[in-house]
Write a protein that binds this ligand. Sequence first.
Ligand SMILES: Cc1cc2nc3c(=O)[nH]c(=O)nc-3n(C[C@H](O)[C@H](O)[C@H](O)COP(=O)(O)OP(=O)(O)OC[C@H]3O[C@@H](n4cnc5c(N)ncnc54)[C@H](O)[C@@H]3O)c2cc1C
Length: 526
Amino acid sequence: MKRTEQLSKLSNSTNNEWDVIIIGGGSSGLGAAVDAATRGYKTILFEAHDFAKATSSRSTKLLHGGVRYLAQGDIALVKEALRERGLLEKNASHLAKKQVFVIPNYKWIDGPFYTIGLKIYDMLSKKLSLGKSEHINKKKTLEMLPTVEPKGLHGGVIYYDGQFDDSRMAVNLAQTAVDHGGAIINYMKVTGLLKDNENQICGVKVKDEIHGTEYEVKGKVVLNATGVFTNEILNMNDPNHKKTVVPSQGIHLVLDKSFLPGDNALMIPKTSDGRVLFAVPWHNRLVVGTTDVLVENPSLEPRALEKEIEFVLATASQYLTKKPTRADVLSIYAGQRPLAAPDKDGGSTKEVSRNHKILVSDTGLLSIIGGKWTTFRQMAEDFIDKAITIGKIPSRPCKTVNLSIHGNIPAEQVDRSKHDYIYGSDIPEIKKLEQENPEFAEKLHPSHAYTKAEVVWAVRKEMAEKVEDVLARRVRLLFVDARASIDCAQSVAEIMAKELGYDNDWVTKEVQEFKELAKGYLLVNY
Ligand SMILES: Cc1cc2nc3c(=O)[nH]c(=O)nc-3n(C[C@H](O)[C@H](O)[C@H](O)COP(=O)(O)OP(=O)(O)OC[C@H]3O[C@@H](n4cnc5c(N)ncnc54)[C@H](O)[C@@H]3O)c2cc1C
């Protein structure tokens, strides 16, 4: 998957009309591209920045039914997500795995309450259940969560959910769409919508953010999958449209594993503000979060609010014997959830729907809002079905229920003791690069296992165009250890410049830009 090749599909297309044009390369847009391409539609996706640059690289990394939604009685949403969780364990075994969660109980009533609730959770997942939840005593709870606060602890409840790597999944979805004939281009911003004589949308105007070239691209249907930026596209369609998406911000702190050693995750269903708190092992670190705060404006690089940082640190300290401080934070990232706005503006995030909605404007523009990573496949199926229902494209059946996502290998072949398991079926190709050139086998950073071959691979096969693309979303160093990612920026830029044919000025500019960005992932100056 090379950008030049994808771009040539755009300029060399003899018949410049596409069946499906998708705006946005997060989970919603990439899922739609996979669905459309596999149904055999001529499909193109434009992403203004890099794949998963926005919300889709900033999640809690869970594939879950949502224990909280169960408590709220949203059974249909939970059932759908549990089914999708199960499908992903099969269709993307290299990225999705089972994760054990333990809910520590500090009130006597919590034991039976959560055990019963989680039994229902198991039942709803039917054959796709990942394991049976059970009540455990205090001793076992402390064995499973060695650093959980023992004072006042009665016992715990174990349950199972899924975990994955969000931006790796995004890249693999882009590759899957390309493998099935789709065209997928990053750094292509949609700057306008084209309308025909009947005021129906018939294409988009796009700008290549790397080379500056502008194109007009015609299509039978245009799908808006821009997450928290949905309103901007709706504005291009109709400057007087109603605000339909509300950004709700959540943050995560990444800590050393010593704050919660072992493989089990901690889940607190009800913190002091009523929110769930997770502490989940991920890539040999611990991801702790999150908050949920309605914010005014969407942002590509949202920053954590001071009150959010305080909340996560204070809540984690309440439940862990090793208390994290600001200096312990290896990386901090914020993400914005695209929630479907309630009819009236305002309100708390709990009043706002988490189900996805598909809007059809008078001009035939389709927009998808809400949803979550776990349900991207179902969201995509609904999105393309809607384009069929309104007569934009001919009817063809969905093919994604059992579709292997690029990289998928049988679960028993995935070796999670090695850092490169996330590449799945691509591992032999990366190893080949290391054998062909011993320099590529060198580590990027002494404290991390990533090799230079992964940078080369990201450029040659995963459409990484900038240092940030590699260090934030192909290898996850910015998210697991922001200081280490700053240390590597120079060597990553040099490897990329060689691969892409750039000069020293490009290297200097890229390193500077990346260092500036990475500072935003640290709480203490570096
Ligand atoms: C803190 C947090 C934690 C979460 N945790 C989980 C979790 O554990 N599990 C789970 O299932 N879900 C989780 N979610 C939800 C999930 O991450 C989101 O629902 C999902 O990533 C949204 O994807 P999206 O494609 O709709 O939006 P985005 O990922 O934001 O993608 C939209 C894309 O559109 C692009 N774009 C915008 N304007 C244009 C334009 N003019 N031209 C071209 N492209 C454009 C943007 O650059 C962006 O890449 C979480 C969300 C948050 C905020």
